[in-house]
Design a protein around this ligand. Structure first.
Ligand code: HEC
Ligand code: HEC
Length: 324
């Protein structure tokens, strides 16, 4: 069953096939204080005018000007929230930092190869640049964090939460908290959150939709339904599709996917995500039971192990779908 949006998505994919994307230079983690721009502005005016063309671009500007064309497959997601427009930003360093943060969340595994050990972008799950209701949007993170989480039994800052996704969802390494890259992502989230002043403004758009956690998964049925609703894009082996090394359909299992300590590796978290967002272009067609069956099936396929998950929920109370 093909809807108009489904066709739009498939033609975007064909267009993606047609163009090859330049591979960007990997970013080294740097602290914000040492950018070439700031070095230049701290020098006196005459040396700037004579040295301007010789000054190397800052890491941020280099990354932005080398940014590949990125086809955003979830661009037309119907639950996209209305957020400030990034194209309205001026040319200030603050705006460049926001633009850089956006680039990092939509082109993550290529921009940050030292921190990502799979082939996912943040926006593989935080759809349409982190702006989709019920796909854990970044809109409103300013009022959600800092927050107590029972998984590590402490107050988590937004940086802690982002690094949690680096270690689990990206199967990688955390960023240094005051690195330019971390500051850029937080700046981007704050930019999206400009209109959110209190928790009431979130209007339950954040996180995922609710799913009935009393439903018991049926793995056999999940496998059949996966073949029917998911394999056309994510492939029968669930390892996604990366033609000529480009990103097309992200891996939902195997070495290029999230590890078994990730939220998406938990049956009911994955079920809530797919019920609200998959199959892309036909969101909302799955019942709770179907979502739970499919989620159990793909989340339990072979994937990287997160050794430190044994330390999770140090004070007990782990939900029943947590992997041990
Ligand atoms: C494999 C899917 C996946 C990927 C990739 C991923 N995340 Fe997440 N992220 C999740 C899940 C699942 C949650 C928990 C959502 C929930 O339970 O409401 C989450 C939560 C978050 C939250 C908190 C949201 C909230 O409402 O409290 C932030 C912030 C976040 N992720 C940032 C990132 C960043 C930045 C990246 C890339 C470096 C990233 N994530 C990559 C799946 C992912
Ligand atoms: C029309 C193609 C299509 C279909 C069908 C589809 N997906 Fe997706 N899915 C995508 C794309 C594309 C993304 C990433 C979106 C982006 O990067 O903007 C995605 C993201 C995901 C993610 C988060 C990223 C990751 O790799 O872990 C999961 C999990 C997922 N899909 C599961 C499913 C399941 C389960 C089904 C079947 C119920 C399904 N999808 C059906 C295209 C599809």
């Amino acid at each position: 069953m093909f809807t108009l949006r489904h066709i739009t998505i498939l033609s975007a994919i064909l267009a993606l096939f047609a163009c090859s994307e330049p591979v960007p230079e990997p970013a080294k983690q740097t602290t914000a204080k040492t950018t070439a721009v700031e070095k230049a502005t701290s020098q006196n005016a005459t040396s700037i005018t004579t040295k301007a063309t010789a000054e190397p671009q800052s890491d941020i500007q280099k990354a932005l000007s080398n940014a590949p064309v990125i086809t955003n497959l979830s661009a037309s997601h119907p639950n996209t929230l209305s957020t400030p427009n990034i194209n309205d930003l001026d040319n200030s360093p603050e705006s460049d930092l926001i633009r850089y943060g956006r680039l990092l969340v939509i082109d993550t595994y290529r921009q940050l190869p030292e921190n990502v050990n799979n082939k996912l972008n943040c926006s593989s799950c935080h759809l349409n640049e982190g702006r989709v209701a019920n796909a854990a949007p970044y809109v409103g993170m300013n009022v959600v964090y800092p927050k107590f989480r029972s998984r590590n039994a402490k107050i988590n800052t937004i940086e802690d939460r982002i690094n949690g996704c680096f270690q689990r969802s990206m199967n990688g390494q955390p960023l240094i908290t005051d690195s330019t890259q971390m500051q850029a992502m937080v700046s981007y989230m704050n930019f999206l959150s400009q209109d959110i002043k209190t928790k009431d403004d979130l209007k339950s758009n954040n996180g995922f939709i609710a799913i009935n956690k009393d439903l018991e998964p049926n793995a056999e049925n999940g496998k059949t339904l996966y073949a029917q609703h998911c394999a056309s894009c994510h492939q029968m082996d669930a390892k996604g599709l990366y033609p000529n090394g480009t990103y097309m359909f992200p891996a939902v299992a195997g070495g290029n996917s999230f590890n078994d300590g990730a939220g998406m590796a938990r049956t009911y978290t994955a079920a809530a995500f797919i019920k609200g967002n998959m199959p892309l272009g036909q969101e909302g067609i799955l019942t709770d039971q179907e979502a739970v069956d499919i989620a159990f099936y793909f989340s339990h396929l072979a994937r990287p192990a997160f050794a430190a998950k044994a330390n999770d929920w140090p004070e007990g109370g782990a939900p029943k779908d947590v992997r041990r």
